[in-house]
Design a protein around this ligand. Structure first.
Ligand code: PLP
Length: 363
């Protein structure tokens, strides 16, 4: 069997695929595939509502936080967040710590004034301390990305905004560690990194933040209208939502978010320890406190990486059926993504391979 270390679309639990396969031609004794039943039918609505409820259950959401399912990916939300919120005061604060938050800030600037909280940098390898941040007390919201999937950084803390609503892109680490939802105004995440196939974005909105959409906001991105329509303003991607529901069930029966968190610590520690033990050969460019549990980026053959050696590393991994380990094109090197469905055994296989590769190439 292969091991998928892909950054997204990423590995999903095999059990889920087996269930989907079993039900594919006949969903809940309808005689139809889940793909071809009406999104207004009772059979579909049952799974739709159960999926929304699973999000609430796993994250333990209080009543004043609403869950919406939207399309357009996390990228759609780069516009969606600004369209729904920036009208509050006309400006927003963006904490840019990597490629994804940088894109979000650029998109938001189409709809209002964007204040960059941090000085621009050419490489994202750390998260500057809060005391250096230039926050605007008049901002509509403060935006950040909790885990920068391409760069390999993750916030070890929740930013303090002194009452300004906090908005976070958790696309690559949601459902992998518990967090205090009451610190947030909006939390959103595309499914394809940690909890489903590509095609749906979970958006959690504090109720009082649904009333600030700019008049030009397309209905399809409007939080209030989509919540009022129970995330069926138009035809939702029913098959994707069905699979997401199954992945969330899998998380629940696998020990919930706490177990996902503990595993993520064990898995990432294994790889980072291996890197540290041989700093002259493997190296991670990220400052230790900000190293991601989800996306471990590293170079092979010294600090700046030896591209020929890295190509050989990838080729050898491929031969051992470890797939999609190539780093993001903006960063280079290797990236091992260790999302919820990646097991401790999968990770051990990678670390053993890193040992062998080192032994073979050490001078
Ligand atoms: C993948 C990713 C995105 C973009 O997701 P799309 O579904 O392609 O729009 C945005 N933010 C983060 C943190 C991501 O990992």
């Amino acid at each position: 069997m292969v091991i998928n270390f892909g950054a997204g679309p990423a590995k999903l639990p095999r059990e889920v695929f087996v269930e989907v396969q079993k039900e594919l031609l006949n969903y809940a004794n309808t005689g139809l595939s889940v793909m071809e039943i009406s999104h207004r039918s009772k059979d579909y609505m049952t799974l739709h509502d159960a999926t929304l409820q699973s999000v609430r259950d796993i994250l333990n959401l209080p009543d004043n936080y609403k869950v919406i399912l939207l399309q357009g990916g996390a990228t759609g939300m780069f516009a969606g967040v600004a369209l729904n919120l920036i009208g509050r005061t006309g400006t927003a604060d963006y904490i840019v710590t990597g490629g994804w938050s940088s894109k979000a800030a650029k998109e938001a600037a189409k709809y209002g004034k964007v204040n960059l909280v941090l000085p621009k940098v050419s490489k994202y390898t750390t998260i500057p301390g809060q005391s250096t941040w230039n926050l605007d007390p008049n901002a509509s919201y403060v935006y950040y990305c909790d885990n920068e999937t391409a760069d390999g950084t993750e916030f070890p803390f929740i930013p303090e905004t002194n009452g300004v609503p906090l908005v976070v892109d958790m696309s690559s680490n949601i459902f992998s560690r518990p967090f205090d939802i009451t610190k947030f105004g909006v939390v959103y995440a595309g499914a394809q990194k940690n909890f489903g196939p590509a095609g749906i974005t979970v958006v959690i909105v504090r109720e009082d933040l649904m009333n600030h959409a700019l008049p030009i906001t397309p209905a399809i991105l409007n939080f209030k209208e989509n919540f009022a329509a129970n995330s069926e303003y138009n035809t939702p991607p029913t098959f994707i939502i069905y699979v997401v529901g199954k992945v969330l069930e899998w998380i629940k029966r696998s020990g919930g978010i706490k177990a996902m968190y503990e595993n993520s610590i064990k898995k990432s520690k294994m790889v980072y320890d291996r890197i540290e033990k041989s700093a002259e050969f493997y190296s991670c460019p990220i400052d230790k406190p900000y190293q991601s549990r989800m996306n471990v980026v590293f170079r092979v053959g010294g600090k700046t990486g030896d591209e020929a050696l890295e190509a050989e590393f990838l080729k050898g991994a491929q031969a051992l059926k470890m797939l999609q380990l190539k780093g993001h094109r903006s960063v280079g090197g290797i990236r091992a993504s260790l999302y919820n469905a990646v097991t401790l055994e999968d990770t051990e296989t990678l670390v053993n391979y890193m040992d062998e590769f080192l032994a073979k190439h050490k001078k």
